[in-house]
Design a protein around this ligand. Structure first.
Ligand SMILES: [Zn+2]
Length: 306
């Protein structure tokens, strides 16, 4: 089986993660622009961060046989720093038009403040003007109301539901999202919040239509193998294989390929990895010649899929 992780912050992850992900069958990832765990203090940090997402990180993933795409946006937490937010809004259009950018995101609400609402709306407007998809981060606090509000505002701003992915769903929000015609993504965390066990029951109850899963792995406690691990659990618990493939691969591809930036041929027709390749003069090698990519057997991931 092949997998897509349509929400993961690879900039915060290691080469070991890339090795394990590739060996477990992950062929493509989408990295949403996000905050850093502490506030940025100037727009220059944003410029370098966004440049890394469309540049070095994209190259780095390719060196492990994984296609890397990203979304570009001002996250909800930093929308509350209005001086910074104004400057970020000015630079967004030039990054949104780069190769491999599949959506405006992750945008939405955190504390549902007035400033968050203003910049969420401004970025939805931008998505409409540029004819782009949107990835919405729903709040962890007051989730149900925040999710319904996120969708209402997206509709109010003229977005079509099939062009918008609502992420971080749970049992309380999934019905509202599907009924309104949006894509429903689920972030699977290792110990808290939504986990693989709960996802199996959602897959059983709602089926595979417009549902997909991701890891949202970042610098916090998270699991970059959440997608293949949950696929394994779904199969073990009797979810039909075609449903598992839809939830762990086809639906994310269908949603984000609407951007015109992501095609299955990107990885099906990819050339073999050349570890001696470089990006602006830098490679992922550290002195060694050209280490061959690991296999599931050689790195211990073979329990996931043989
Ligand atoms: Zn995220």
């Amino acid at each position: 089986m092949q997998f897509i992780d349509p929400h993961i912050h690879m900039l915060a992850r290691t080469t070991d993660d890339y090795e394990r992900m590739a060996a477990a069958g992950i062929v493509a990832v989408i990295e949403p622009a996000f905050w850093l765990g502490q506030p940025r203090t100037q727009v220059g940090s944003y410029i370098d961060y966004l440049s890394t997402l469309v540049g070095w990180e994209r190259f780095r993933a390719s060196q492990f046989g994984i296609r890397h795409y990203c979304t570009i946006g001002l996250n909800s937490k930093e929308a509350n720093n209005e001086a910074l937010a104004e400057q970020v809004m000015e630079i967004l259009p030039r990054y949104l038009l780069k190769d491999g950018v599949v959506a405006v995101g992750e945008i939405g609400y955190d504390d549902q403040t007035e400033a968050e609402d203003r910049y969420y709306r401004a970025q939805l407007k931008l998505a409409g003007e540029l004819d782009m998809l949107v990835m919405v981060h729903t709040p962890h606090r007051d989730k149900k109301a925040g999710t319904i509000r996120s969708m209402a505002v997206a509709l109010e701003m003229g977005l079509q539901p099939h062009r918008v992915v609502i992420d971080h769903n749970n049992e309380e929000t999934v019905r509202d999202v599907l009924d309104r015609g949006f894509w429903a993504a689920f972030t699977l965390y290792p110990n808290t919040k939504m986990g693989p066990e709960r996802m199996v029951e959602i897959a059983r109850q709602y089926g595979p239509e417009r549902i997909f899963i991701d890891s949202s792995a970042d610098w916090g406690i998270s699991d970059p193998l959440a997608v293949p691990r949950t696929a394994r659990l779904m199969l073990d618990r009797g979810i039909p294989a075609e449903h598992v493939e839809a939830i762990c691969y086809h639906n994310a591809l269908a949603a984000y390929s609407q951007s015109g930036q992501m095609r299955e041929s990107d990885w099906l027709d990819a050339a073999d990895v050349d570890r001696s390749a470089s990006f602006q003069g830098n490679s992922v090698l550290r002195g060694q010649s050209s280490a061959a990519p690991m296999t599931a057997e050689s790195n211990g991931s073979d329990w996931i899929f043989r």
